[in-house]
Write a protein that binds this ligand. Structure first.
Ligand code: CTP
Length: 455
């Protein structure tokens, strides 16, 4: 039955038994039941199965080393321990049972179990005599005392050539035990940013060499007085990710940064702005009046929609109440679109590809209208109220709308991957623009030659 583990994060620990290959199929079954699965391999498991199939199927990097840190500096097994709704160890070796029974955390699988308060399901697989050895029997009993769910192995032919009890339990029955173990419990960590990271993003080709891109990022701040401002929750991460991705693909990038968290990307020409008015001036200089104009403008900044009519010159002192009069700010993107589209002057001034962002709450119905009203080529819409998709997160779920009316709904991705998917579209649009420009130029020259002949 699908959906039984919807929204759950399951940590799948694989230890070094010949049955380790079956864990790939178990991963598939857990995923088919709706779970987000992250895999941990003990060092001996890696001698039976490689991490690649697990990484490809789970979309998470596989944890193999207890001492390795995640790329973002977090401790991998602690992230899994704290965010998994359940941990399932399948196959579990006699060594795992012994180590766990004694609280020995020498590898990533035992360390994760020891660090976690999530339910643990253990499916042993081993030689029949190992399973019936008093040590193993005692260890399995000890794990049951911890509250672990031990799924007993089945009987049948074993890897040793003998027949006996020790075969990994049937995979659907392991899934059933996992489902029962999490039933009635709240999802521990719905925010993808608190879960293990998604698999490394696919590197792109240098398809923006020779292109100039202007990007904006972060939230503008509108002064109330010299010490206070009206701001917004934008972290600037999306705009910075676009700038970084464009640089990696060979573009030269001007990043107009309002309030952004963290370091701006190295290699970008950085223009710092604070207010909407400063952002407007920067856009006029670097896009509208720039000669030649940039090839693309990606407007990820969260621009204030209102600004105080008259910011006070001096700090406003504490009083009974305060009424601020706010006036709307100009729509900067619409202003750029209105000026560069159609081009201001000269046939060689090709209009930049314009990309807007639309932060919505509760549905994306208004996005198509925004694309039209702002006169942009692409609009990246996201529902900021959705978990993992809002301000300050490292992930985003977006829909890319284009002028032709098409909508491309992307899955939950890292902001970097969203940036690359967007730049895939921008690169295609620029190639199409160049091709159209060449056809036009050829037609012009044919016409001119025709006129020459008739003279
Ligand atoms: N934007 C802009 N100038 C503004 C406000 C927004 O250029 N004064 C840009 C943003 O950078 C973004 C796009 O317009 O690329 C959409 O921003 P959003 O806040 O979603 O839309 P608004 O135009 O502000 O419309 P509303 O507040 O009604 O949703």
């Amino acid at each position: 039955m699908s959906g039984r583990l919807k929204g759950r994060l399951i940590g799948l620990g694989v230890t070094g038994s010949i049955a380790a290959y079956k864990a790939v199929e178990l991963l598939r079954l857990l995923t088919a039941a709706g779970a987000d699965v992250v895999v941990m391999l003990s060092p001996s498991a890696t001698r039976f199965v490689g991490p690649l199939s697990f990484a490809a199927l789970s979309r998470h990097p596989v944890e193999t080393e207890v001492l390795d840190l995640l790329p973002d500096g977090r401790i991998g097994h602690i992230v899994i321990a704290d965010s998994a709704d359940a941990i399932v160890v399948a196959p579990a070796t006699a060594h795992f049972l012994g180590a766990m029974a004694n609280g020995l955390a020498g590898d990533v699988v035992t360390a994760t179990c020891l660090a976690s308060s999530a339910p643990v399901v253990v499916a042993p697989a081993m030689d029949g005599d190992m399973w019936t050895h008093p040590a193993t029997v005692a260890n399995a009993a000890r794990l049951r005392e911890f509250g672990y769910h031990v799924v007993p192995p089945g009987a049948g032919p074993l890897a040793s050539g003998q027949s006996g009890t020790g075969r990994l339990a049937e995979l659907p029955s392991i899934v059933d035990v996992v489902v029962a173990a999490v039933a009635g419990r709240a999802i521990r960590q719905a925010d993808p940013a608190a879960r293990p990271p998604l698999a490394a993003d696919r590197p792109r080709e240098a398809d923006l060499v020779g292109r100039r891109m202007v990007g904006t990022a972060g939230g503008t701040r509108e002064p109330i007085d010299p010490v206070r401002f009206i701001g917004n929750r934008s972290s600037g991460k999306m705009g910075v990710a676009v700038a970084r991705a464009a640089l990696d693909r060979g573009a030269s990038v001007t990043l107009i940064a309002a309030a952004v968290e963290g370091a701006p990307p190295e290699g970008a020409h950085l223009v710092r702005v604070e207010t909407t008015a400063e952002l407007q001036a920067a856009l006029r200089r670097d896009v509208i009046d720039a000669d030649p104009p940039p090839d693309a403008l990606v407007m990820a900044a969260a621009v204030a929609d209102f600004t105080p009519l008259q910011p006070a010159d001096e700090k406003i002192h504490r009083g009974v109440s305060l009424t601020l009069e706010l006036v709307p700010t100009p729509d900067l993107l619409a202003e750029v679109a209105g000026t560069v589209n159609p081009p201001v002057a000269g046939a060689d001034r090709r209009p930049p590809v314009l990309v807007g962002f639309a932060a919505e709450t509760g549905g994306l119905e208004r996005a198509a209208e925004k694309l039209r009203a702002k006169g942009v080529d692409l609009l990246v819409a996201n529902d900021v109220a959705e978990a993992g998709s809002g301000f300050g997160t490292d992930t985003n779920r977006v829909v890319i709308l284009d002028r032709a009316g098409a909508q491309e709904a992307l899955p939950l991705l890292t902001k970097r991957e969203v940036a690359d998917r967007l730049l895939d579209r921008v690169a295609r649009a620029l190639d199409a623009r160049d091709a159209a420009g060449q056809t036009e130029a050829m037609q012009e020259s044919t016409k001119a030659r025709g006129a020459e002949v008739h003279r």
